[in-house]
Design a protein around this ligand. Sequence first.
Ligand code: G6P
Length: 607
Amino acid sequence: MGHRKAAPLVLKGLQRLEYRGYDSAGMALYQDQVVSLYKTQGKVADLAALANFKDANQSIGMGHTRWATHGVPSDANAHPHSSNSGELTLIHNGIIENYEALKKLLVGKGYVFHSDTDTEVLVNLIEEVQKSHQYQLGKAVQVALSQVVGAYAIVVFDTKKTDELVVAKLGSPLAIGMGDQEYFIASDASPFIEYTNKAVYLEDHQLAIIKRDRAPKILSIATDTFTDYYIQELELSLDAIEKGGYKHFMLKEIYEQPRAIKDTYRGRLLAEDGLIKMAGLEEHLDKFLNAKRIIIVACGTSWHAGLVAEYILEDLVRIPVEVEYASEFKYRNPIISNQDVVIAISQSGETADTLAAIKLAKEKGAFVFGVCNVVGSTISRVSHAGAYTHAGPEIGVASTKAFTSQITVLSLIALRIAKAKESISVAQYKEILNELELIPQKVEIALLANQRILEIAHTYKGNHNCLYLGRGVNFPVALEGALKLKEISYIHAEGYPAAEMKHGPIALIDENMPVIVVAINKGHYEKTVSNIQEIKSRKGKIIAIVTEGDTTVQELADHVIEVPETLECLSPLLTTIPLQLLSYHIAVLLNKNVDQPRNLAKSVTVE
Ligand code: G6P
């Protein structure tokens, strides 16, 4: 809302947000009490093709790119949704859990529904409240939301209120970009960063009334009082959210890993002085030192980083660690006490499952430490303390640099606690510290295998199954490798502990099964070599990730990809690289949409 033409701005912004969901898209433009609505199944590019938006002069607009929850991807289910009178238009991120009961109520009052969405119920509920009490829009939204169970970030406009937008948030993120007599509202700051670097992040249970000619007013929905707000100066740069010459964001982000890892330890790892300085950890070190247990909660790739951390933390710190899928944690009545420390890992800092797990952990008295990438994200704010990963914006849906940055931060945390606890020797501490500092340049070397990996991708792109094996700290790397392949190539892949293969998956192995084995010269190397022998005896095709100069595996494997020598605990930072590249190349060769794989979303803000 402001003085610019809304349509091109909204379209560009939606493209930046498309990583959050991309099965349908829509836009509403608003001027002189007339709403023009455009909706389509498909991507933002399909929406852009619906009309000649360049000539659209409206200066108020709203757009949405959807990841279906209620109702299949279709034109009708795409947002924005209008109320029955056509006066209210609304976009929504989240889920209205009690939508069925509300819908029944509204149908009883004569409302008609044109979509299967929970969102259309919400816009009509607001209309019903507005009509029955003669409320202004803001008040109607406030009262309607008090009847809603679920999560939402919404924007509503009303044809009767020409210069006003009402926005509200619970659970799902919402940022207000503060320009000069212009305001931008989005799920994150990327759509408006070229117009303003000033943003207000709405808190849960807050509602804002935004008018072109005055500062937004923010209201607490529960207490019905206006509150002050804090305007953040953002450091996000435009370069960081553009492809910069790479064909895909995923490839750019794979290649950014040396920088991302370095940025993550910069200022924290002072190898020369033998020091680790992390403000968020330092202030609460006693919580970790006195912890009876560390519980790690996360989803997807972040969960894999948690598994890597489990090996490192237990080994170095000698505190029992449990790693939980955040989505399971909440629903199994876990035993948690105030002697537990919960580490929540999340790239986006917005994953609804992880947020729900944090909420429960806090209720039970645990200390929550967040490891997030997105600065100012919800998880970073609701945690008691935390550390950022500094990977920079990750746009590709398949997570890459966030994973290695998470392992970097978690390694620093483990080392700092181990030092304070004296659970490792000074020599070991220094050795790991010095080696961590060398990792970015070793990642550069690992990336040099790109061409070779492309050739291997050519050989295996037609396979329908794939097995990934690893031991110890490289078992989660196998899981992550398999996840990457599944996510972007839609090839069925399974990750397994190498030794566990003989208890089941070995039955799958024949001359058509590619088996990717992480077989670096550390940990249980000889045992992994035996596992490779077992695969070879059954004619499986072996692609091995080995340490530079390895000759033993070279003789057994069909293909080897070398990574530089490093300590076992830091090896996932290197062994992950070829697996990311392999998935990337296979997906490109199969002509898949690498950055926006089907059915997925980068940040899943529904439970
Ligand atoms: C989604 C993404 C995954 C990601 C997971 C957790 O499923 O597609 O790539 O690992 O969410 O996201 P988070 O932002 O919490 O790390």
